[in-house]
Design a protein around this ligand. Structure first.
Ligand SMILES: O=P(O)(O)OC[C@H]1O[C@H](O)[C@H](O)[C@@H](O)[C@@H]1O
Length: 548
């Protein structure tokens, strides 16, 4: 598919101007930038919908921002934002809209897809989810033997797992205390087996989440869970009481054997990694209740409104996205560490990995040409302060330039002495250490030996941003998620790629199917892979039969 409307990004005068500017910026240290402007910390920050973003420790000056904004305009970012909100087919490669913003639009808004206003549909599903949640919470929804549900097992993978598990962990503080939540994703049978080990089938509800309802892992786990349930309860009727489905393909759900009456729908215009606020969030709503879920949606919507209506220079997602482009394409940043100083956000980096890397890990433009610039960097992370005692060493003194996103909250949900103060002291200290470092001569002046001083020295000049919010609640989580969603969109629009498809994952899936068939065949059988893969298959077949 070719779109000739996309001119080569790197030939644009705005890109070239940034390249020239980057050359003049590269010798400038953050120490120098801060020394030259005592107000830098007050100026290079922006606050919106309860999120405070400090980007003063990015390796930029006013000219950088001006040039980035020019690039954004030249790439028609404002027009693309409007097109997404309007419901245009911004997922060009798959020729469909990407309308996750419709999932959190208030009742009364109007967004049409193929001439149909989708907002009433969205709210009808939300209302059904709320009624179901109420039934489960009140004990009115019972299992086959009449017992209320105590265990909720979400079965799904990718976007049908990472959003739900992240949101559950993030909002655990608000979670229903009588229910226990489990998330099974992996085809590895250990995942399901270990989860089910201690559960009573009579009190267990499975939510089978899959947009397509054809995903190998999810169907395998769902079939195994059904077998486990039926074996214990001994009646096919148990499926109707113990299984509900979330999907955009009702016919596949029916084929599996779940009554469409027990299915919660979402739509093709919601990408898997953008679906945590659709019916895919049923486990989230069961955990935190409908009211908190609506607060989560309100947070997402508040960030949507900010993104849509705020000029780019004060627009949080736009700034974050443009800074990511600056880092990746002009400073050579190859990885971003996402570092939440908040234990409840322990799955946030994993969630962001899919959002960022599945969206923007692309090497062809919308026009079908190979890009001649880098696209998405590698995202990873761990909650602070744990990461400090593990991989931060590389960020401080390694040879690669890594950018960091620090995330913190001013209030702890579990105050304990001064521990939260110490947590946030560490967050601020890390940003400072990364930016300013400490030179050999400073160490020597403090008495470090000639031999040790170079080992102790930290160059600094490592870029970071810091996000601070008052406290972690459903609304704030919503704003954070939408912030990253839209930042990813901004990057995708600059890079002229499709952030809403994911063809790269298909090749491996197809090969796995073929190899699974071959593994099942008896020896000897013809194998037509490369010599390495052939030998691995044979070795596996030989050894899997031998049990200790
Ligand atoms: O929700 P499903 O249709 O089961 O898809 C689950 C996941 O699998 C796919 O391979 C995609 O890479 C993901 O984007 C998707 O979230």
């Amino acid at each position: 598919m070719k779109h000739s409307t996309f001119s080569a990004l790197t030939q644009r005068p705005e890109w070239q101007a940034l390249l020239t500017h980057a050359r003049s910026m590269s010798p400038r240290h953050l120490r120098e930038l801060f020394a030259a402007d005592p107000t830098r910390g007050e100026r290079l920050c922006v606050e919106a919908v309860g999120l405070y973003l400090d980007y003063a420790k990015q390796r930029i000056d006013d000219e950088t921002l001006r040039l980035l904004l020019e690039l954004a305009r030249a790439c028609q970012l404002p027009e693309s934002i409007e097109a997404m909100f309007r419901g245009d087919r911004v997922n060009r490669v798959e020729n469909r809209p990407a309308l996750h913003v419709a999932l959190r639009a208030p009742a009364g808004a109007h967004i049409t897809v193929d001439g149909r206003d989708v907002i009433p549909d969205v709210h009808a599903v939300l209302d059904r989810m709320a009624r179901f949640t109420e039934q489960v919470h009140s004990g009115a929804w019972t299992g086959l033997t009449g017992k209320p549900m105590r265990n909720i097992v979400n079965i799904g993978i990718g976007g049908s797992d990472l959003g739900p598990v992240m949101a559950y962990e993030a909002l655990r503080h608000y979670s229903h205390r009588d229910l226990r939540f489990f998330f099974v994703s992996n085809i590895d049978p250990t995942d399901l087996s270990e989860t089910l080990r201690e559960l009573d089938p009579a009190e267990t509800l499975f939510i089978v989440c899959s947009k397509t309802f054809t995903t190998q892992e999810t169907l395998a786990n769902a079939h195994a869970a059904r077998a486990w349930c039926l074996q214990a309860l001994g009646d096919e009727a148990a499926v109707a009481r113990h299984f509900v489905a979330v999907s955009s393909h009702p016919e596949e759900v029916a084929r599996f054997g779940i009554d469409p009456a027990h299915m919660f729908i979402f739509w093709d215009w919601v990408g898997g990694r953008y679906s945590m606020d659709s019916a895919i969030g049923l486990s989230t709503m069961l955990a935190i209740g409908a009211e908190h879920f609506r607060a989560l949606l309100a947070g997402l919507h508040a960030m949507d409104e900010h993104f849509r209506h705020t000029p780019l220079e004060r627009n949080l997602p736009a700034l974050m996205g443009l800074l990511a482009v600056w880092n990746a394409n002009f400073l050579g940043v190859s990885a971003v560490a996402v570092l939440p100083y908040e234990q409840y956000l322990k799955r946030f980096p994993a969630y962001l990995q899919q959002l960022t890397m599945e969206s923007n890990g692309k090497h062809v433009t919308l026009g079908g040409e190979r890009v001649d610039y880098d696209t998405a960097p590698i995202y990873w992370g761990e909650p602070g302060t744990n990461g400090q005692h593990s991989f931060y060493q590389l960020i401080h003194q390694g040879t690669r330039l890594i950018a960091c996103d620090f995330i913190g909250f001013c209030q702890s949900l579990n105050p304990l002495g001064t521990q939260h103060d110490l947590l946030i002291a560490n967050l601020i200290a890390q940003g400072e250490a990364l930016a300013f470092g400490k030179r050999e001569e400073e160490w020597r002046a403090q008495g470090a030996s000639q031999a040790l001083a170079p080992h102790r020295a930290c160059e600094g000049n490592r870029p970071s941003s810091t996000l601070l919010a008052e406290r972690l609640d459903p609304f704030t989580l919503g704003t954070l998620v939408a912030l990253y969603e839209h930042s990813v969109f901004v990057q995708g629009m600059i890079w002229q790629i499709d952030p809403f498809d994911q063809w790269g994952v298909e090749l491996g899936k197809a090969l796995a199917k073929r190899i699974a068939t071959e593994i099942a065949q008896p020896e000897p059988s013809e194998l037509s892979h490369d010599s390495s893969s052939n030998r691995l298959i044979r070795r596996y077949r030989q050894y899997k039969a031998i049990r200790p």
